[in-house]
Design a binder for this molecule. Structure first.
Ligand SMILES: CC(C)(COP(=O)(O)OP(=O)(O)OC[C@H]1O[C@@H](n2cnc3c(N)ncnc32)[C@H](O)[C@@H]1OP(=O)(O)O)[C@@H](O)C(=O)NCCC(=O)NCCS
Length: 157
């Protein structure tokens, strides 16, 4: 009985690790569930085999629950996308995923990380603010909805 309970919890506890090309289909599915313009599996695969791209995932057992991808260039990184599965949101999965990712980017030599976020995306803005990102710019009416994009920066190291 105790062993069954232990296994149940062990299976559902989130784990965080590097994402690899075989994860392309799961990442594409999560991306489609999270954004209006979803990425196709081929598009994600091309990113995952690109050696300037850094990718991490959160897993619950064999199920992917979240991902984050960045591109590195000239000592800086840009977060291309981060998403958590809709049913898993609000459980603080994104925080450890982002922390791991930022540590890896710093380890690879990135001195600063940039990203764009919809000004109305409250969960994402809260996530980034808590992780130490600050505003460095605004692109007015950047999204199809008419919303502006905030450009955020986080210094590393
Ligand atoms: C943004 C996203 C990755 C956050 O993932 P998550 O695992 O749900 O995030 P967390 O549970 O760690 O919560 C992050 C913060 O958002 C806050 N938050 C969660 N839901 C919220 C909501 N509906 N409104 C306002 N804040 C909210 C949390 O309280 C937390 O802030 P805190 O630490 O200051 O309390 C997730 O919402 C998502 O996948 N959204 C769709 C894709 C997306 O918008 N990606 C970002 C593109 S820039």
């Amino acid at each position: 009985m105790m062993r069954c309970i232990f296994r149940l919890f062990a299976r559902s506890a989130p784990t965080f690790s590097e994402a690899r090309p075989p994860d392309a289909a799961s990442i594409a599915a999560l991306h489609k569930a999270s954004f209006q313009r979803g990425w196709g599996e081929d598009e994600v695969y091309r990113l995952l085999v690109d050696n300037t791209v850094v990718a991490h995932r959160s897993m619950s057992g064999h199920t992917m629950t979240g991902f984050i991808l960045s591109r590195m260039a000239a000592g800086e990184a840009e977060i291309l996308s981060i998403a958590v599965a809709p049913r898993q949101r609000g459980r603080r999965l994104a925080r450890p995923l982002l922390d791991l990712h930022l540590r890896r980017l710093a380890g690879l030599g990135a001195r600063a990380v940039f990203l764009e976020v919809d000004e109305h995306n409250a969960p994402a803005r809260a996530l980034y603010r808590r992780a130490g990102f600050y505003d460095v710019g605004k692109r007015k009416s950047y999204y199809q909805s008419g919303a502006s994009a905030l450009v955020l920066r986080r210094d590393l190291g």
